[in-house]
Structures are given as structure tokens and as C-alpha cells.
Design a protein around this ligand. Sequence first.
Ligand SMILES: Cc1cc2nc3c(=O)[nH]c(=O)nc-3n(C[C@H](O)[C@H](O)[C@H](O)COP(=O)(O)OP(=O)(O)OC[C@H]3O[C@@H](n4cnc5c(N)ncnc54)[C@H](O)[C@@H]3O)c2cc1C
Length: 423
Amino acid sequence: MQHPSVDVAIIGAGTSGAAAAAFLAERGLTVLCLERRALDEAGARWVNGVPRASFHAAGVDLPQGDEHLGGPHPAHMIAPGGRAAVHDHDVIDVDMRRLVARLQARAAAAGARFVEGATALGRDRGVLRTSAGPVRCRWIVDASGLGGAGLLGTPALAREDLCAAAQEVREIADLPAARAFFAAHGVGPGEAIVQVGVAGGFSVLNVKLFDDHRAGVLTGSIPALGHPSGKAMLDEFVAAQPWLGRRLFGGAGPIPLRRPFDRLADDQVVLLGDAGCQVFPAHGSGVGAGMIAARLLADTLATGGSLRDYEVAWQRRHGGLHATFDVVRRWNVTVDAAALGRAFATGLVDADVLRAGLDQALPRVAPRTLPTKARALLASPALAGGIARTLARGAAIRALYATYPRDPDRVAAWGRRVDWLAG
Ligand SMILES: Cc1cc2nc3c(=O)[nH]c(=O)nc-3n(C[C@H](O)[C@H](O)[C@H](O)COP(=O)(O)OP(=O)(O)OC[C@H]3O[C@@H](n4cnc5c(N)ncnc54)[C@H](O)[C@@H]3O)c2cc1C
């Protein structure tokens, strides 16, 4: 590689990096995006559920054709002793190989340059050091995912804050048997079986038929809490279901579940996507959050703002929601499958609450559901108390995020207050 000089060097060409490359180049900045793998191997290589609203918010067209594997699929949340169905959520199934390729193509069309097989190694003032040579740049966007380039000195991630997830798309070897499996769960063929609490409170086993030929299986758990990994859960499920045929594609990996890092930038480097823990912690979804963050970053820099302006804007606008659902996730890991079943059965956790979680939004409690919730509170005071404490903590944390300090020297003290509130 010649020694280029650009406005922005981006590390990683997954969703966050490729989206940032597109948005920044479209706003007139010169962009070089480095990817340590081949470009057509970058980022997520499986099917992810992404709310349509996040495409709208980021300014990315909705997936079409083969990129869209259907949905929103009505989701049936099932736990021993209780279940709840969410029919009208906003999450569609996206072939991430195609979304990443589309974002890379959009960036290239806007003038961004990509270099594959190049690893970011470190930085000096005004220079990003890479395995392909130095890059002179004003800003560095670290979109290298979890455990990527590590240019900003972020805190180590606790193993309890890591979800081990797996997702596969498989052929349907026996359609009548597949339909019988769904019917046995009281779920229609175009709908999703979402078993929760199968390996600890946070865990999930999500199965759906995309069409008559392909099925998707998604699993996730927190192994550090003594549970099998998502990949082990998925393999066990597949082995027990002969109607599932040949594996078409998929993948597995860790997802950060903690709230976003308190510092996302200094004056040279900014973290984007999984690299900054900009992941919705209740279920480890980072695609929508990464694209939205990339859009805010591009808008900020293109209008003369600094990385610090972006950091403050993102934390104040989105950080409180993420941190609230980190508190929800921390509560979730403390309850077992039976308690989740009770929460569904009593209406304490109902379709409105679950829909908000799927859509990555705050739930609004409908007044009509208040009598049910009051009865549930009396029937399960310990469970209801846990949920009420979680909601109160979330509200206090959101208020604190609205005051995320503009002075970087005050962020550490602010972060300790968030830690205290999060318990
Ligand atoms: C099995 C599974 C299922 C998931 N399901 C969902 C879901 O349903 N919905 C959802 O929203 N999210 C889901 N996620 C999470 C989602 O995939 C991630 O949040 C998302 O891919 C993060 O995008 P990113 O661009 O920030 O990072 P990544 O996708 O990790 O991309 C980072 C890129 O940087 C490159 N890189 C790393 N280090 C360097 C370096 N030093 N130099 C150069 N390049 C480097 C990597 O090769 C990679 O291509 C799931 C994750 C897993 C593992």
C-alpha cells in the first residue's frame, strides 16, 4: 500500500465500519477502510434480526430480495409454565453477508477505498500503523468488533458480560416433520419459537422456517455463568431434530452485553459498533445500533464537529436506552426459566413489554394492562419486586445519561454513579 493520507481511516469492514465508510464518503470526506480478512468475509456471516426502524434511522434502504429472509415473523416466547406471543414487532431477518456487501458497495461508490488483508496494529500522532504500512489520517474509526484493534485503552470485559451466540441456516430435510414440530409447540410455520431460559435466565433458542426449504436456528447463553455455549446448544438441538438438513451457512461468536464504554473517543480515535459495546444488551443485537452510530458520527464530523461532540451526542441520545437494558439483562440472568414462565403466565411480562424489547425501545405500559399487573404483583411479590427495582434503576440511569458530561475529566466520576445505580 502506498502511504496514503486521508481524513478518516476505518478499521474493520463489517456493518459498522462499512456503514461509516459509506456515510463519511458520501459527506465528502476521504476514507480508507482496512479489513484484516477478505472483504467478502468481513463482519457477521449469518442471519441477524434487525428492526426496520434502525434502517430508517441510519438512512439505509430496507433489505430486499435474497438479503431479506422474511419477517417480521410473529414470535412466541415460551418458558415452562407460561408463554406470550408478539405478533406486530418490527424485526426482520437479514442475511448479513449481503447487507455487509451492500454497505461496502455503497461506500466504494461514494469514493471510499478498501484494503483487505490489512490489520491495524497501533497509532502514533496523525498515523495509523497497519500490516500494510502507515496511513496518515486525521481521525481513526475503530469498528474492529469485539477484541479488535484496541487503540483506545478500554476496560477489560468481564466474562459474565459476554454472550456466546450461534446462528445457522439449514435446509429443511422433511417439511411435514418440520411443520409437525411447530404445530406441537402451537406455533404456525411462518412464526418463531423462542424458548427462553433454556440455559440460564438470559439464554435463548429461537427456531423459524424462512420458507419451505430453509430454517434458521439462533442460540445464545452466558457460559461464564456455568451454561453451555450457544454453539453447543445449537449442535444439540440440530442433532435431536432430523427434519433439519444440510447446513447452508452460519456462524458463532461472542457478543458484548455490558453497557457501552463510558469513553467512546479521544481526539484521534473513536469506537464504533461492537468495539464500543454499542450493542442492545437485552439480546445482544449490534447491527442496528452500529449503523445508527455510524450515521451520527458521519453527520457530526461532516458538519465540523469533533469526535468528542459525537461521543457526547451518542451517550446522551442512545446510551441511556442501552444502559437501561443492561440493567434488564442483569436482572434476567438472575431468574430461571420457571420464573420467566410465571412472568408470562401472570401478565407481568406481556406482549407490549416483549415487543419493546425486540424493537430495542422502552416499553410503554398500557393503562388497560394495569389491573392484570396489579394482580400479578400480589401473586408473585418477589418476582414483581425484582422487575420494579429494575425499572426504577433504569429510569434513574436514563436521567444520568441525559447529563453525560461534556468535560471529559468528569466522565470517570459520572461512570461510577452509573455503576452504583446499576447495582
Ligand atoms: C451468532 C450471532 C448472532 C447474532 N445475532 C444478532 C441479531 O440477531 N441481531 C443483531 O443486531 N446482532 C446480532 N449479533 C451481533 C452482531 O452480529 C454484531 O453486533 C455486529 O456484527 C457488529 O458489527 P461490527 O461491524 O461492529 O463488528 P464486526 O461484525 O465484528 O466486524 C468487525 C470487523 O473488523 C475486522 N477487524 C478486527 N480487528 C481488525 C484489525 N486489527 N484490523 C483490521 N480489521 C480488523 C474483523 O475482521 C471484522 O470484519 C449476533 C452475533 C452473533 C455472533
